[in-house]
Design a protein around this ligand. Sequence first.
Ligand SMILES: NC(=O)c1ccc[n+]([C@@H]2O[C@H](COP(=O)([O-])OP(=O)(O)OC[C@H]3O[C@@H](n4cnc5c(N)ncnc54)[C@H](O)[C@@H]3O)[C@@H](O)[C@H]2O)c1
Length: 203
Amino acid sequence: MCALTGKKAIVTGGASGIGRAVAVLFAQAGATVSVVDLDEPKGSAVVGAIIAAGGQAMFIRADVSRAEDCQNAVAETASALGGGAIINNASGWGLTGGGRAAVYCASKDAVVNLTRVMAIDHGAKNIRVNCIAPGDTDTSMLRDEAKQLGEPVDAFLKDSADRPLGCISRPEEIAAAVLYLASDAASFVTGAILTVDGGSLAD
Ligand SMILES: NC(=O)c1ccc[n+]([C@@H]2O[C@H](COP(=O)([O-])OP(=O)(O)OC[C@H]3O[C@@H](n4cnc5c(N)ncnc54)[C@H](O)[C@@H]3O)[C@@H](O)[C@H]2O)c1
């Protein structure tokens, strides 16, 4: 149900963390993956790992804050796109507030509602637009956050595990939710916000 055989996928931020896990999983599911990132060495390493495992991938260096880079990444991946699925990456902090993170929370809240608007605007073209809202996930971003806040990384990660399932997420667990939303198993799902946070927001 979650196969992506013959599909083309663009994974932004694909050189690290959640994006890396999505790129690897999508390739395993049969997609040809464009790993899009600022970080060429790490992105190329992800592509190398996918190809070594028998998958298909290429690296495209792009700054996703630049419209021209995004247009080029799409053009390099596929000359013509019909239908498809977009999965935005928000955060649990797009659904609730978090201390000392005003800009992050505001921007993630914007991603949540952007997802709904895009689902409305593009539904007629059979483009589904959904969003994941991950909880704390063990990536370089989370470890950098601890450093930025001046907190010991191990203690920060331990505190972050305080949620119903009692642990933070692995990037692969977020990637599995992204795969579902990209696949035909979610053929009637659009405009949805899928929380993947070990129950944090339920608590
Ligand atoms: N890790 C968490 O706990 C967590 C929780 C909720 C949401 N998220 C969201 O998940 C997404 C991925 O985070 P992550 O934890 O995997 O981080 P990460 O630091 O492991 O990976 C981020 C990647 O994005 C790339 N990148 C950054 N700016 C870019 C740009 N302008 N253009 C192209 N590439 C760029 C970086 O080079 C890096 O490879 C982010 O949107 C983050 O807000 C993460």
